[in-house]
Ligand binder design. Structure first.
Ligand code: BGC
Length: 649
């Protein structure tokens, strides 16, 4: 009797509470929609188009902030959104202190409150492996390394910390996560992806979106996410950034769409569009992909923003529009809600004319603006647009570093561990005498890669002082006396002097640790013609092998650089990807066996430049799958024996 009551009562309670939840949710979204409609009904066409316009912060900077121009854009043109940081003297987008960010946000919102309808400005930033543009922020491993952890919990924890540090700056919109499936390793943004497997990308993408948004956007621990770059960006045919992709519909739907579907279902608030084209049609001009598939089929009720200058690119680069006005018409009619213009008012003026001429309907404009206002309401910007009190304390907490260390430790992947004289070369013992060489040994940039305290991430002097290079971490771990370092500071081409030093000092050591890979790069500047590791680094590796000492290779790289010619001569190989601020201590702990390596390749590591295949190639091509290491590969210091596997019925 008791049992049957239990079975009736519990489901009834669950049913009741889920109905209640749905009712509360729908009544809160009904309330938001009512507020949106009220504001919308009072807006002029100019005010609406102003909301759809997004300008980069640099537009308002000369030597200093040009407050008059900022005021003009916000108050006169009713600017809806500002993005990014501004350039430093070297012309690179750079990090600001938390106080600078908060002061800036305060000023922007003060101007916004001077507008007729007091609509707050939505500020957006790239915080893609931590708060990229915040001085002193904790930067986590890039997604490609996160994917090697196979650990949604650590990904989720990193996203939550990122949200807090971004919100501490007074910013509530983060252009992240990247949900492109990384299947073209030449592509310079490969490190921003979660690798080649759709399921892995979907699940880790879900972990990021919920990490950012699950607390509710009004909560000071949340930011609006931006799933990007919808759709098919990671597979340009040429391998070069922002060049055309050719993807059959079946592959689009099987491989590239599912992570976006998962993110929409997880509540992603915004989407950014791929700058490239698919099958000859620029995605920014594709009504099919933006409106029919994303908004209608996937049921995405959030806001769609262009990528950088991509409406202008429709006529300047893709040559599918005659001029800016035609480009604006195509993009807005395709379903774009906000234009990251990002430097001028061309979008604003042309869109106003297009509406007046009847070439863009008022209902399309109202839909776009409603999506923007809905987000602003959901983020609580109408209640209080200023940096929230108390959020300053979210900055730079020691526990953030623990998560960064955990993520890096779980990511580093052991690819090779020879047994020499009856003993595996790794882990090392504490008194091992080491010769440390290679461009990655003394570089912070190689650990963090793109979007690290500047757009390109190259400048070591911008990194926090307590971020260790591999050299520093090894010296700390093993003592300076055990480490002879012959690598210069920063990621530099290998000189013949370094090779001579290597030959000279090798005699007195037990092992050579070679740190090879890539300097930091972001987006188009990172495009390359050859996946093979550069010649100078290969020469260094060959020289190391010739010394007869055991050689351990540590790779810090955003994409798999081909090492076929040197791999047989390396006795141990650790792939660290872009392991972030705590990457060096994580590498050291693994080298000395304090952490058992558990990372697994999130992509197929190619052996040949002419054989770039993914593990899920069609059966007919399977015989050609000849990678250096397959997807999922990764060793540990333990031996596992798996027996008595049973299938699931
Ligand atoms: C990148 C985006 C980024 C945007 C804003 C573009 O160049 O492709 O990923 O969000 O700039 O910084």
């Amino acid at each position: 009797m008791k049992k049957s009551i239990f079975f009736i009562v519990i489901p009834a309670i669950l049913f009741f509470s889920s109905c209640q939840q749905q009712t509360t949710q729908s009544s809160s979204s009904r309330a938001v929609n009512e507020k949106v409609n009220k504001v919308l009904s009072q807006m002029t066409l100019e005010e609406k188009v102003g909301q759809m316009t997004q300008i980069t912060l640099d537009k308002f900077y000369g030597e200093h902030l040009d407050t008059a121009r900022l005021h003009e854009y916000i108050v006169k043109y009713g600017l809806g959104s500002i993005l990014n940081s501004h350039h430093d003297k070297s012309g690179m987008t750079t990090a600001l202190s938390m106080k600078e960010w908060r002061d800036l946000q305060t000023l922007i919102q003060k101007y916004a409150l001077e507008t007729r309808l007091k609509i707050p400005v939505l500020y957006g930033i790239d915080a893609i492996h931590g708060a990229t543009y915040l001085k002193g922020a904790t930067l986590f491993p890039h997604n490609i390394a996160m994917a090697a952890t196979r650990d949604p919990q650590v990904v989720h924890a990193a996203a939550k910390i990122t949200a807090k540090e971004v919100r501490a700056c007074g910013i509530r919109w983060d252009f992240d996560p990247v949900l492109g499936v990384g299947r073209q390793p030449l592509w310079s943004r490969f490190e921003e992806t979660f690798g080649e497997d759709t399921y892995l990308v979907s699940e880790l993408g879900r972990a990021v979106v919920t990490g950012y948004e699950e607390d509710g956007l009004k909560n000071t621990t949340a930011v609006a996410s931006c799933m990007k770059h919808y759709l098919g960006y990671p597979v340009p045919l040429t391998g070069k950034d922002r060049t055309p992709a050719y993807i059959p519909e079946i592959v689009l739907r099987q491989i590239f769409l599912p992570p976006y579907k998962t993110a929409v279902d997880a509540g992603a608030s915004t989407a950014m569009i791929n700058s490239g084209s698919i099958n000859g049609i620029p995605v920014h001009a594709s009504k099919y992909l933006i409106t029919d598939v994303l908004k209608n089929e996937l049921g995405f009720d959030g806001m769609v923003v262009t990528d950088w200058g991509d409406i202008i690119a429709l006529y300047k680069d893709h040559h599918v529009a005659r001029d800016n006005k035609e480009a604006v018409r195509m993009a807005v009619n395709a379903g774009i809600d906000m234009s990251m213009v990002p430097y001028d008012l061309s979008f604003y003026h042309d869109l106003i004319s297009l509406v007046k001429e009847g070439k863009v309907s008022m209902s399309r404009i109202n839909d776009a603006v409603a999506r923007i206002l809905r987000l602003k309401f959901r983020l609580g910007l109408f209640d209080d647009p200023f940096p929230e009190k108390g959020t300053e304390s979210y900055y730079e907490k020691p526990e953030y570093k623990k998560i960064a260390l955990q993520a890096a430790s779980e990511a580093v992947t052991l690819l090779k561990n020879d047994t020499l004289r009856g003993k595996p070369v790794l882990p090392l013992s504490k008194n091992t005498r080491i010769l440390l060489a290679g461009p990655g040994a003394n570089s912070k940039a190689t650990l963090d890669g793109s979007w690290s305290y500047s757009w390109q991430g190259k400048n070591d002097s911008l990194y926090p002082a307590d971020v260790h290079t591999i050299r520093q971490a090894l010296e700390e771990e093993a003592g300076k006396n055990n480490v002879i370092n012959i690598s210069p500071d920063g990621f530099k081409e290998v000189s013949s002097e370094q090779i001579s030093k290597l030959k000279k000092y090798a005699r007195g050591v037990d092992v050579i640790i070679l740190c090879l890979g890539e300097d930091a790069y972001a987006e188009t500047p990172g495009s390359i013609n050859d996946l093979t590791l550069p010649e100078d680094q290969l020469r260094l590796a060959e020289a190391a092998a010739k010394t007869g000492k055991p050689v351990i290779l540590i790779l810090t790289e955003g994409r798999p650089r081909i090492i076929r010619s040197i791999e047989p001569a390396m006795n141990g190989i650790l792939l660290a990807y872009r392991p972030g601020n705590m990457g060096a201590p994580a590498i050291a702990s693994i080298l000395y066996g304090e952490v058992n390596p558990s990372g697994r390749l999130p992509y197929t590591y190619p052996r040949y430049t002419g054989n770039l295949m993914t593990y899920d190639m069609p059966v007919r091509a399977a015989k050609y799958y000849k990678p250096q290491w397959p997807f999922g590969y990764g060793l540990s210091y333990t031996r596992f024996i798996v027996t008595s596997l049973t299938g699931m019925s």
